[in-house]
Every structure is written in structure tokens, then in C-alpha cells.
Design a binder for this molecule. Structure first.
Ligand code: AP5
Ligand code: MG
Ligand code: ZN
Length: 216
């Protein structure tokens, strides 16, 4: 199964992606996670991405497309994949179509997590991530059993640098302007499945699994 998951910042893409990847045994490819990993390792790509990410802006299309192309070329993506946070502009979506056509592939479904704007800020600002393994928590909605520590690996939980309220507001603006038009792009191709992301983590997950199983 080849999937894209989209939705505004803090909608729950990463949270649901972890569940979907496990359930359907496909790799979870998150461009945001790739950039954060590079940043942690201090690579030139990480340094370049930081300039944009810290301001809540998008990394240039050609940089992101090249990374995704390389990642899709890896062996584990032969059995399918879940793209999280990519594509994020119409230009990226068109480029992705071209990359996949060259590989004799196409996207099967695009999951769109719809969440009201007021909820997004609260979700992003309350998010905590594990410094070691990247697992995602929320101070209110998905708290770890031991405060400040990851349930899976015991690592320290930290706040993402771009989760300060003013940066989140900017990211939402950028989403509305540059990413939201993709809803029409994929809807016209008959690929879009929209979810009500305003419910709890489990309820949203159940909607996704139900929708995907029906179409398998
Ligand atoms: P990226 O890392 O992709 O960030 P994003 O799209 O802004 O989305 P988030 O990761 O913030 O949110 P999410 O939807 O994954 O929510 P989560 O599951 O964590 O991108 C970061 C940056 O990298 C971009 O700003 C850009 O600079 C750059 N970048 C990345 N891709 C790019 C691209 N293609 N092109 C250009 N630049 C790119 O959930 C959020 C919180 O809510 C968590 O605490 C979670 O526990 C909680 N939660 C989740 N679901 C629920 C629920 N149903 N109820 C209650 N709480 C919930
Ligand atoms: Mg995410
Ligand atoms: Zn961890």
C-alpha cells in the first residue's frame, strides 16, 4: 500500500503514522523527521533545513524532492510506504507523481486529517518528543507513565523548537497558503480520504484503519 498522510501542523499525522506503519507493515517516511535527524547529526542538510524550520517556513521544494526520491529508492519501500508531511506544495505533488511514474508506481490513497484551527495550537504546544527515539507524547492527551520520560526507551522528553506558539501560528499560515490546495489536487484524482481529526487518538486511528481495510 502506498499512502500519503496530510493535515495541518499538530493534526496527528505522526501519531497516526506510527500506528498505520505498524499495522500495515510499511515504512513511515516523514520529511520532518529526516530533517530533525540530520539536524541532530549536524549534517549540511540539517543546517540548511534549520534555517527554514525554525521560522516555520518550508524547506525549498528541490531539496525535499531529492531526499524523498532517494528514500523511495531504498529496498524497504518496495512493499509500500507512508509519506508523512510530503508532499506539502502542489509543485512537490507534481514532482512526486513524476518520480513514482518513473518507478512504475502510483499513490493508492491520501489520508487527510481535518482538525479545527483552535485545536492545533494546543496540540502542538503541548507536544513532547523523545530525544532518543522520537516517540511523540502530549502533556494532556497522551502523557507518558513517568513524567518527562519516554515509555518505549526511557529517553528524556523535550519540546520541539518549532512548537513555540508564535512559530506554530506561522506554520498554520504556511499550511493554509501552500499545503491546503493539495486537498483539491488529490480530491480531483479520486484519492482523498478525509478523517475527522477532532476526536481522540484512538477514534481517529479506528476511522483510518476502517477506511483503509475497506479499500484494500
Ligand atoms: P513536520 O515535522 O512534518 O511538522 P508538521 O507538518 O508541522 O506536523 P507536526 O509534526 O507538527 O504534527 P503532526 O500532524 O505530525 O502531529 P503529531 O502526531 O505530532 O515538519 C516540520 C518542518 O519541517 C516544517 O515546518 C518545514 O520547515 C519542514 N518540512 C517538513 N516536510 C517538508 C516538506 N515536504 N516541504 C518543505 N518543508 C518541509 O501530534 C501533535 C500533538 O497532538 C502530539 O502531542 C500528539 O500526542 C497529540 N495528538 C495527536 N492526535 C491527537 C488527538 N486525536 N487528540 C488529542 N491529541 C492528539
Ligand atoms: Mg509530525
Ligand atoms: Zn524514546
Amino acid at each position: 500500500m502506498r499512502l500519503v498522510i496530510m493535515g495541518p501542523p499538530g493534526a496527528g499525522k505522526g501519531t497516526q503514522s506510527a500506528m498505520i506503519a505498524q499495522r500495515f507493515s510499511i515504512p513511515h517516511v516523514s520529511t520532518g523527521d529526516i530533517f530533525r535527524k540530520n539536524l541532530k547529526e549536524g549534517t549540511p542538510l540539517g543546517m540548511k533545513a534549520k534555517e527554514y524550520m525554525s521560522k516555520g517556513l518550508l524547506v525549498p521544494d528541490e531539496t525535499v524532492v531529492a531526499i524523498v526520491k532517494d528514500r523511495l529508492d531504498e529496498k524497504d519501500c518496495k512493499k509500500g510506504f507512508l509519506l508523512d508531511g510530503f508532499p506539502r506544495t502542489v509543485a512537490q505533488a507534481v514532482a512526486l507523481d513524476g518520480v513514482l511514474t518513473d518507478m512504475d508506481m502510483s499513490i493508492d490513497h491520501v489520508l487527510n486529517i481535518d482538525v479545527p484551527k483552535e485545536v492545533l495550537i494546543e496540540r502542538a504546544v503541548g507536544r513532547r518528543v523523545c530525544k532518543a527515539c522520537g516517540a511523540t507524547y502530549h502533556v494532556m492527551y497522551n502523557s507518558p507513565s513517568r513524567e518527562g520520560l519516554c515509555d518505549s526507551c526511557g529517553g528524556a522528553l523535550i519540546q520541539r523548537e518549532d512548537d513555540r506558539e508564535e512559530t506554530v501560528v506561522k506554520r498554520i499560515e504556511v499550511y493554509l497558503e501552500q499545503t491546503k490546495p493539495l486537498i483539491d489536487y488529490y480530491s480531483e484524482k479520486g484519492l482523498l480520504i478525509s478523517m475527522d481529526g477532532g476526536q481522540g487518538i484512538k477514534e481517529v486511528g479506528d476511522q483510518i484503519v476502517k477506511a483503509l481495510e475497506k479499500r484494500q
